[in-house]
Design a binder for this molecule. Sequence first.
Ligand code: CP
Length: 311
Amino acid sequence: MKQFLSVSDVPDINALIAKAAAHKAAPFASSHLGQHKMVINLFFNSSLRTRMSTEKAARQLGADVITYDASGGWGIEFEDGTIMNANTAEHVREAAGVLSQYCDVLCVRSFPTLTDKEADYADRIMKAFVKYASVPVVSMESATRHPLQSLTDCLTISEHRRTARPKVVLTWAPHPRRLPQCVANSFAEWMQAWGEVDLTIANPEGFDLAPAFAPKSIVSHNQAEAFAGADFIYAKNWSAYDDYGATADLPDWIIDEQKMALTNDAFFMHCLPVRRNMVVSDAVIDSPNSLVLQQANNRTWAAQAVLGSML
Ligand code: CP
């Protein structure tokens, strides 16, 4: 793999899941891959899991790792031809070129604006790093996708499924802030490309994901109907795609025990961080069917599979 931005960069999803599982079984068995190699993690936004798991993965592969909080560094310019007389001090052409000389893999996290749909959905920042870096680029979450999370979710579902083809429901859930569509887009994209689950997406009217990620045939606006017979409930909030960045106060969409009772004793999944009793009730997230900590653990093995493929 020369880049890891979306599922389309993965030639064989099951082979990558198998690699992640192999790293989980023997974390240090591939510690030769990263010897004398450097991984740089560049964060424009906050993180707990992605930062820690990607650093851990790099180290377990024998690589050294530098994490750089770009929000505290020089402001980076992404427009070409601009007169840089405002807040940006350095152009991405130089920034990506310089960082490429310091590392063998460049990992980047950059969230969307949620105000400029066109720029966000062009994945302008991530694409600029790919264009101007001379080393492989890994998305640690871009304006549109979170592929390391999605690979993790495939691994977690493959570990816990009770049937060959489980019913998986990605459901919108309430949140007090407006959030990106990345995790939901990416989850939908990977589940469809993987082809080993039946995916339904439940969301309120007005919150359909972009058609490229969520064909109308798999979208339901009735959460209770969607939950019927589900084997996995994957909860996430996202702001609107059509009325770009809009939110809604819909507390009835919370995932609680009553709704989980409609399912086929489903597992509960969430990428974290999660707001308790807003997105999901304490009873559901604390239940034996909650997989949120297993998902967070699997972030390391997914990152190790991706970095290992590049190193
Ligand atoms: N799930 C996830 O990406 O968590 P962080 O934002 O803490 O990295």
